[in-house]
Design a protein around this ligand. Structure first.
Ligand SMILES: Cc1ncc(COP(=O)(O)O)c(C=O)c1O
Length: 284
């Protein structure tokens, strides 16, 4: 979670990509950062409650309901609702960053729906155009929207094809069939990654995620990267995420055919078997 703007990722290499210091923001520990027994919001709440804590009252808190580049870290619903209540109590706006996990990625249109949040602002891009065309949206609670029409503009804003595709993609939300489909495919991915983790218990730690964002966490970034490279050699592009690149992130298209999904997961399985078995032989 971040207070203020700009530094919206738990991944240091992505923050470094800005090329400038990311000022006016204060990063706060995400859910689970200090281990299972610690609610990191105790720290935030203490800072907010103490006028001499050094933390000036922030205008807004921006949070990813599931940290994507940060390593597929899933915040608990209780943590998110406590954050929302804390923000409301102190008059801080809540911004949900749904750029990677919104637009149905986890099942429902917004990822935060599962925690019952009502953020003041929501940022969306990636799948919002339906086709991966350039498009981004900021949803603003109407009473907070002080922009005049066209005030926030730019040469590449308003890509007409993306607008048409985005409007057409809304048809997927006329019923809950896409939501159910994504959830079912997500369970399939989770199950298959779980099997890979079970075969490589020394190197793979856990499977985490929701819907069609699932991560296979390894002990080392080296292992996750080796598996990703081996998958690339076999024709599959798969990313790593997390502060040490230690999480293999499965993020297929929402409309992927089940057979294609299985074919991709076969490649992940074969790649893990190839490079992780190699590592065991090298140790022997
Ligand atoms: C969670 C999250 N927020 C923000 C961004 C940046 O999005 P954009 O490239 O649309 O500015 C990304 C990009 O991956 C992201 O994953």
């Amino acid at each position: 979670m971040t207070l203020g703007a700009l530094a919206v990722t738990g991944n240091a290499s992505k923050r470094a990509g800005a090329g400038v210091p990311l000022g006016n923001t204060v990063p706060m520990p995400y859910d689970g950062y200090l281990g299972a027994g610690v609610d990191t919001l105790d720290y935030f709440e203490a800072l907010l409650g103490d006028p001499s804590s050094g933390l000036d009252l922030p205008a807004a808190v921006i949070v990813e309901p599931i940290q994507a580049e940060g390593g597929v870290n899933v915040a608990r619903a209780e943590w998110l609702t406590r954050l929302a209540a804390l923000a409301q109590r102190h008059g801080i706006l809540l911004i949900a960053d749904e750029i990677q996990v919104g637009c149905g990625r986890t099942g429902p249109f917004f990822c935060f729906e599962s925690a019952g949040l009502r953020p003041d602002l929501v940022v969306l891009s990636k799948s919002i155009s339906g086709l991966g065309l350039p498009m981004a949206l900021v949803l603003i609670r109407p009473d907070l929207d002080i922009w005049k029409p066209g005030e926030h503009n730019g040469t590449f804003r308003g890509n007409n094809l993306a607008f048409v595709a985005g409007a057409a993609a809304l048809a997927y939300w006329e019923d809950d069939s896409l939501t159910r489909d994504v959830q079912a495919k997500g369970e399939r991915v989770c199950e298959r990654l779980g099997r890979i983790a079970a075969v490589h218990p020394e190197t793979a730690v856990e499977v985490r995620g929701r819907g069609l964002i699932q991560g296979l966490a390894f002990r080392s970034g080296e292992d996750a990267t080796k598996v990703a490279r081996a998958a690339f050699e076999r024709g599959l592009i798969i990313e790593t995420a997390g502060p040490r690149d230690q999480v293999l992130k499965v993020l297929p298209p929402l409309l992927i055919e089940p057979a294609d999904l299985d074919a991709g997961l076969d490649i992940v399985e074969e790649s893990a078997a190839a490079v992780l078995a190699g590592a065991v032989e090298a140790l022997a």
